[in-house]
Design a binder for this molecule. Sequence first.
Ligand code: ADP
Length: 930
Amino acid sequence: MSSSQPSILKKLIGNAPLRTVLIVPFVLQIIGAVGIVGYLSFRNGQKAVNDLASQLRTEVSSRIDQHLDSQLDTARHLAQVNADAFDVGLLDPKDLDNMARFFWKQMQLFNVGFISFGAPGGEFAGAGYVLDKNIVSGISNPKQHGNRNHYIYNTDSQGNKTTLIDIYKNYEFEKELWYSNTVKARKQTWVVYQWEITPFPLAVSANKPIYDKKNQLIGIIGIDQRLSQISDFLRQLKVSKSARTFIVERSGLMVASSSTEEPFKLIEGQPKRLNASESSDVLIRSTSQYLVKHFGDFDKIKDTQQLDFLLNQERQFVQVLPWKDEWGLDWLVVVAVPESDFMGQINANTRTTILFCIGALVVATVVGFYTSRLITEPIALLSKASQDLASGKFDRTVEVSGKNELGVLSESFNDMAQQLRDSFKALENTNAELEQRVEERTVELKIAKEMADGANRAKSDFLANMSHELRTPLNGILGYAQILQRSEPMTQKGRGGVDIIYQCGSHLLTLINDVLDLSKIEARKLELHPTAFHLPSFIQGVAEICMIRAQEKAISFDLQIDSQLPTGVCGDEKRLRQVLLNLLGNAVKFTEKGGVIFHVDVIKDAEFSNSSSQLNLNQKIYKISFRVEDTGPGMTPAQVKKIFLPFEQVGDLKKQSEGTGLGLAISQKIVGLMQSEIAIDSRAGIGSIFSFEVALPEAKDWAESSRIVEQGTVLSYLGEKRKILVVDDRWENRAVLVNLLEPLGFEMIEAADGKEGMERALATKPDLILTDLAMPVMDGFEFLRQIRGHPQLRDAIVLVSSASVFEIDRQKSLDAGGNDFLPKPVQADVLLGLLQKYLQLEWVYDETVTAGKKAQDAMPNEMQIPAIEILQLLDEQAQSGDLDAIIEMAEEMQTANPEHAVFANKIVVLAEKFQVKELRALIAEYLSQV
Ligand code: ADP
């Protein structure tokens, strides 16, 4: 049996109401039991009926057989006895009266219908039953009476004729078949014939011819058995209610039957034998028709047969028994019994069984209904109470009735509810206590948090102040170390010492700056300030810085930029640069052989339209992936785990001393602010891959927005059109400058190296040249030298633009003849300041967009804030009221550092108006932002 069956049953039972579950099996059992018993009794009954019918038919047939045997034997014997009596001379054919008396006496002894003797001369003597039950004797004696009349007499107790009852006129017995057939046959023979006398009884007679010694016929002895006697016998046989028995000749003519019908019909006063297949009795007719149909002919039935057939859809059992004797009688005895005679009772029983079944069903349903109600009502109450309990009504109880299982269950339920009430009460109390405790703890925690916040603030303030305080003297140290390095004649040892001072100072400054960054991040004061910038040149600039370091270390540096990279994007350029420089710097720093590859790719699938309301709806957002691969020492997984923690350094100790252990911690936090994370794939001895992805919205107006300065957006300049030659091997860098300057009305000329630069310069005579330092074919230094050496170009204004962070490069470029230095990546306002200064330009501004927009950055761009020592000096002078000195210093600043022009301007205006207080406030404001 499959395991799913019980589960289906369970499911069915589980979903049905309890009442159904209780009643249905009960009712099913009853139907099953009664149904099976009813069916079996019906089947057994039917079988018994079949057996019984068979036995009955056999029984009845054999009784008929016996009866015929005895009846017809008697007739046969009597015929023989009488013939013998003639033979031995006991009977005289001439003494008819005596013969009639003899016959009368025989009639008293034997159960036959009539005993007759007919002689060829017309003499006739007989005794037997004619009309009623009395035995009469009849005599025809033509010789004596002179006619053929037949005289019938009453008899006395000795058989002597007494009174004449009736005279049958002209009785020609010779015409009767018993006589004529036997005469013809000349031997003993059976004849079925009809009396010529009304009511024409049908008789079977056993006849024997008597011959004298000369073989002359003396007469015929005939012993009649009236067939009505056999019919009577058949009728009084108790077979069954509507069973029929009948006897037919092989010809199909009816001999006798148990029906009331005579075996002959009167047609025009003449009797005519009836064929069994034409009987008016349905069962007899159909049975004989069936037999003819079944056997083809009555003649073909050779031995006893048991058959059955359907009449009006009902089965009829039939038995056919051939009956023969040695005198040539050949009859068929048929017994037909309808099954319904027996099945009637059985069908009635079945009906009673069905009625009982229905009654039992009704009773079972009603009883089941009430029983189940007795069970389900308390259960329903319990279930309702438990539902109430589950929904929080804990005061629910159930009435306990009786001591049976349900009573016990109700009691247990009440106990359970009580326990629950108690438990909830206890729980409520505990809760209240807990709440109280939580409140107390919250207050304590609040106080603790306030204290901790205070401490944290104090720490941040302390760190900010400390770094501020530390940086001030450091600036002095570094500044003078540089001055000493460049100018003062010194011993070898002294120079070495100054170098160490400079290196240690720089290290300390980096450390302080890092600590400040970290503390700002930790105090959540670090915010991103997104601006629009030119991405390719930004990357180029970052890469160039590292490339220089890589070249120094003689390792390769490969930059692989996706060609699909957007041009202008919006992001915190400064912070992004800080992260990239850190990763690239580390890669270059730790790699001793092999090299570094810097991949910048656009992640295709991530390109999507921004739906944020803050930004332009159609603005595309690019997901850019930055990946720095190196063939450095790599790290073990354990080391990788540590390196993002502040001050954690791993690996080579010598290398460690070069760093602070803060770079990655800060970078990770910055990338975190950009909603991303730096991932590392590093293998010790093989190398490391540092990567991260950031979403940068596209900024198509990067060039325009970077032209926004204090006075507004620079639109163009007054005066004639100026030509500017840009010499740079990288198209990205040239593109930045061309994109920035062309819209302002400059004619831009480009050259990819110094050699091309010279050619272009000679051909176009530019008003200003912007040149890179590191270039193939001819580098920037050579280019400068050639310019300065060329008579036509000697006085050209050349601005050197480089990513080099080394002061020495800056100095070298100026020494080689550069007019000024423009650090890479190019800052638009610095560039514009330099152009204004060297080309004496007067800008035309769109004042609707002022630098106020740019000032949305909480902190002004660092490039606009003067060095701390200058600010401090200004502050000191403001304190001592030396306004002239302030104005002088500011003017110097304006020329020396155009990027500080805005600040310097403000100072001059305030100083000239003697607004010392405002002056100090302005300086203090700038100081606070350093
Ligand atoms: P540091 O100033 O020492 O470079 P970082 O936070 O930038 O500080 O790096 C922490 C440590 O992670 C480094 O000291 C170094 O041990 C390890 N590290 C960083 N980048 C690499 C790299 N590319 N290859 C091997 N080790 C590295």
